[in-house]
Design a protein around this ligand. Structure first.
Ligand SMILES: Nc1ncnc2c1ncn2[C@@H]1O[C@H](COP(=O)(O)OP(=O)(O)OP(=O)(O)O)[C@@H](O)[C@H]1O
Ligand SMILES: [Mg+2]
Length: 323
């Protein structure tokens, strides 16, 4: 197994649940609860699960867009939550995020040059001018060719796919090691998704990147990821090698998730399991397994205690009393 680049220990993020016309705080949303991750260097780690399961919250925590309620995060063995100012600059260079919506993530008033050069100006205290060579290389690496045609364009002059490539060039320009990609193709036209995914695979090899790849689309996860983590209501319920998890899902939630979507592999036989629409109320501290109310194979212990995360062989882990 390769070196671990990112490690989390009991990572937890609660948001205040605001209800009513005065938006008074009324309990907590346990968006991410006690999450332990080890992301190996050079791999693509997929985070999958339904809407609201806490995927984006984990991504935002790992790049420090938000701070955890409790728990630890390490990057290359160093705790990133209490960095000195000088170490913080170094950290910001090593991690980058690619967001879901290329229409929102680019400033409409900045040219491609200004957008992509911004990290150099902030991180390396450079001036705006004189960065053409690096910019052209980053744009070309992101598949915007010929790159000089794009330098002085504004986001409104670009297609969704071209905007996402600009966002990728911007993330790459300071040579990060770890990139969180949050549903990077879900807002793009289906016809161009594969080319952006292939670009990301190519960049991983060329730039020596490690990705946390967030998606709710299992066929994309299967195409991209070496490893899968399945989340349900803020908890990791299963993890393992991508093919192992997809072909031999152990957790009842993963089985339901896989049976609910088409995954293009005719060798996988699937029986459809119904996932009810209503989400469990997460405003109370959960003691039981969070999938308990919807589980087809539940037993009394599932209501009393949250199951341990156990290795079932082949580095396939699952948190379920029934497996
Ligand atoms: N800033 C916030 N304030 C309050 N609640 C939040 C905030 N951000 C996220 N949440 C809540 O935390 C939970 C997890 O949200 P998150 O966005 O991480 O889910 P997700 O898995 O990324 O979902 P999606 O697939 O829809 O993007 C949800 O219940 C969400 O409403
Ligand atoms: Mg999200």
């Amino acid at each position: 197994m390769s070196d671990v680049i990112v490690k989390t220990t009991n990572l937890t993020k609660n948001f205040p649940a605001k209800k009513g016309i005065f938006r008074r705080s009324n309990g907590c949303i346990y968006a991410v609860h006690d999450v332990n991750l080890e992301i190996p260097e050079g791999k693509i780690f997929g985070l999958v699960g339904e809407s609201g399961s806490g995927k984006t919250t984990i991504g935002n925590l790992l790049v420090r867009l938000i701070e955890p309620t409790c728990g630890r995060i390490q990057l290359n063995g160093q705790d990133i939550l209490d960095l000195k100012k000088s170490e913080e600059i170094h950290f910001r260079r090593k991690v980058q995020m690619i967001f879901q919506d290329p229409y929102e993530s680019l400033n409409p008033r900045l040219t491609v040059y200004e957008t992509v050069a911004e990290p150099l100006i902030i991180q390396e205290k450079r001036s705006m001018h004189g960065n053409e060579k690096e910019l052209l290389y980053a744009l070309e690496s992101a598949g915007l060719t010929p790159p000089q045609d794009f330098l002085y364009r504004y986001p409104h002059e670009l297609s969704g796919g071209q905007r996402q490539r600009v966002a990728i060039a911007r993330a790459l320009i300071i040579r990060p090691k770890f990139v969180v990609a949050d549903e990077p193709v879900s807002m793009l036209d289906v016809s161009i998704r594969v080319s952006v995914l292939n670009l990301m695979l190519e960049l991983k090899d060329n730039f020596g990147l490690t990705y946390l790849f967030i998606t709710h689309d299992l066929s994309i996860a299967r195409y991209m990821c070496d490893w899968l983590i399945v989340m349900y209501q803020g908890k990791i319920v299963e993890s393992g090698n991508t093919e192992e998890v997809i072909q031999h899902p152990l957790h009842p939630y993963t089985r339901a998730l896989i049976s609910a979507v088409p995954i293009p592999d005719p060798m996988v036989k699937r029986r459809r399991v119904e996932l009810s629409e209503a989400m469990e109320d997460t405003s109370k501290p959960p003691l039981r397994c969070r999938f308990y109310p919807k589980c087809e194979t539940r037993s009394p212990i599932c209501e009393r205690e949250y199951p341990e995360f156990n290795d079932k062989g082949h580095a396939h882990f699952v948190a379920c009393h029934g497996v």
